[in-house]
Ligand binder design. Structure first.
Ligand code: UD1
Ligand code: CA
Length: 455
């Protein structure tokens, strides 16, 4: 491949009217990541000298969302793709070549772009596609084998409209020619825009060859103009990810009903049931099973742990061989050791829970430190919030908390402490002690239950 330096310009100034959204089009997500972020990350993998991103509509939102150092270029008026690239000229050196990408074409891979750069050499490279229905796209006009021009749909005659070979929009240009070519563009066309595509004819008149490369699969160069196309590309992206996981040995009970919006690191013999959503950075160990309809975000799950259906985990960590759910909720800062059981309608937030501890039913554990082999009776609540401040609850090893206890923080239960069912525990309980904090049962002697008078 030619070694001349590479610059990349990403066009992302358009509004995306047909998304019907307050958010600029390029921020809509594929696989949990804004489209333009995906394009920038792909661009960065080609090690360019710089990446220029042309923005306009919703530029503040784009600037706030994108995570990477790029050269931001503002195009205040969207006068066409040629005009957009022209905005980047001051940041493009006189030598080398420039690759033009689109912020709303999210699934292009580096292999496609490498092939295009290779074919282009120091001349022009053009990524094309062949579509059964080419309506709306620029058509590739050839004389014999030679590509001589691109004609936009709205400017095309009937014969040109019949051409199924289309312009994906992605192309490589020699920097030495950019200034003169872009400078000679006119907006004298059906849309009154400065078309980047007119550069193909200009290259021809300058005797610079245009090297077309047909994309391997349409989705690699497909753009998003509306939510239908966004959903289509999302499904393709998810299918590819699911296939990768299957090939790597993960059992997906139904790969069509699995969504990964981030990264999943996994061990062996992992089983994931239908409708599971994985977000952010998730790591799961060997033999982990995730039941249907779980949502797991930024979590680390130890080997052998079973997560039963309808559980929700976020910013948390479980040890090995935990039993979680069904209907469990692990919130940020939940850190469970090995062999922990968290059952139905149990919520854990900002709490560490020691080995072998069980909270099997209807419990809230927040802002707590819990030892090992402790048991929470059904309906236990750590009352951690006094309306102003959050307080800690510290619970030792082998504690037995009776059902329906409220532990009013700050409070401490020592090792092997026990609390009677229905207690409101407001004072510390020492090691090994039984605490009761509830009204004593009384029996009213001689009480007679009222009866309706018999007719
Ligand atoms: C463009 C191509 C067409 C190709 C199609 C592929 C031109 C003239 N036409 O048409 O040949 O088949 O893409 O999808 O290039 N943009 C800006 N500033 C502007 C105008 C556009 O940043 O002033 C950005 C848009 O945000 C979008 C991209 O450039 O991301 C493409 O612009 P769009 O108007 O959608 O071009 P098409 O008409 O689809
Ligand atoms: Ca478009």
């Amino acid at each position: 491949m030619s070694q001349s330096p590479l610059n990349i310009v990403i066009l992302a100034a358009g509004k995306g009217t047909r998304m019907y959204s307050k958010m600029p089009k390029v921020l809509h997500e594929i696989g949990g990541e804004p489209m333009v972020q995906r394009v920038i990350d792909t661009a960065a993998r080609l090690n360019p000298q710089n990446i220029c991103v042309v923005i306009g509509h919703g530029k503040e939102q784009v600037l706030a969302k994108v995570k990477r150092d790029v050269v931001w270029i503002e195009q205040t008026e969207q006068l066409g793709t040629g005009h957009a690239v022209k905005m980047a000229l001051p940041h493009l050196p006189a030598e080398g070549r420039t690759l033009v990408l689109y912020g709303d074409v999210p699934l292009t891979d580096t292999a496609t772009l490498q092939a295009l750069l290779e074919a282009a050499g120091d001349e022009v490279g053009l990524l094309t596609d062949v579509l059964d229905n080419p309506t709306g796209y620029g058509r590739i006009i050839r004389e014999g084998e030679k590509v001589v021009a691109i004609v936009e749909e709205k400017d095309a005659n009937a014969a040109q409209k019949a051409v199924k070979e289309t312009n994906t929009g992605i192309l490589v240009l020699p920097n030495a020619k950019l200034e003169s070519w872009l400078g000679s563009l006119s907006s004298n066309n059906a849309q009154g825009e400065y078309y980047l595509t007119d550069l193909i004819a200009l290259a021809n008149s300058d005797g610079i060859a245009v090297h077309p490369v047909q994309v391997r699969a349409s989705h690699l160069a497909a753009g998003v103009n509306n939510k239908v196309q966004l959903a289509e590309l999302e499904r393709i992206f998810q299918t590819e990810q699911a296939q990768e996981l299957l090939k790597a040995g993960v059992t997906l009970r139904d790969p069509a009903r699995f969504d990964l919006r981030g990264r999943l690191k996994h061990g062996q013999d992992v089983v994931i049931d239908a409708n599971v959503v994985i977000e952010g950075e998730v790591e799961i160990g060997d033999d982990v099973e995730i039941g249907a309809n779980c949502v797991i975000k930024n979590a680390k799950i130890g080997a052998g742990t079973k997560i039963a259906p309808f559980s929700h985990l976020e910013d948390c960590e479980t040890g090995a061989n935990n039993a979680i759910g069904p209907y469990a909720r692990l919130r940020p800062g939940a850190k469970l050791a090995d062999d922990v059981h968290i059952g139905n309608f149990v919520e854990v937030k900002n709490a560490s829970i020691g080995q072998g501890t069980k909270a099997n039913h209807l419990t809230y554990i927040g802002d707590a430190m819990v030892g090992s082999k402790t048991n929470f009776g059904a309906g236990t609540i750590t009352a951690n919030y006094d309306g102003v401040n959050k307080h800690q609850t510290v619970i030792g090893d082998e504690v037995r908390i009776g059902s329906n206890c409220v532990l009013v923080a700050p409070v401490k239960l020592g090792n092997r402490a026990t609390t009677g069912a229905g207690s409101a525990i407001t004072k510390n309980v020492e090691d090994g002690k039984l605490a009761l904090a509830r009204a004593r049962q009384t029996v009213i002697e001689g009480w007679v239950r009222p009866e309706k008078p018999k007719k």
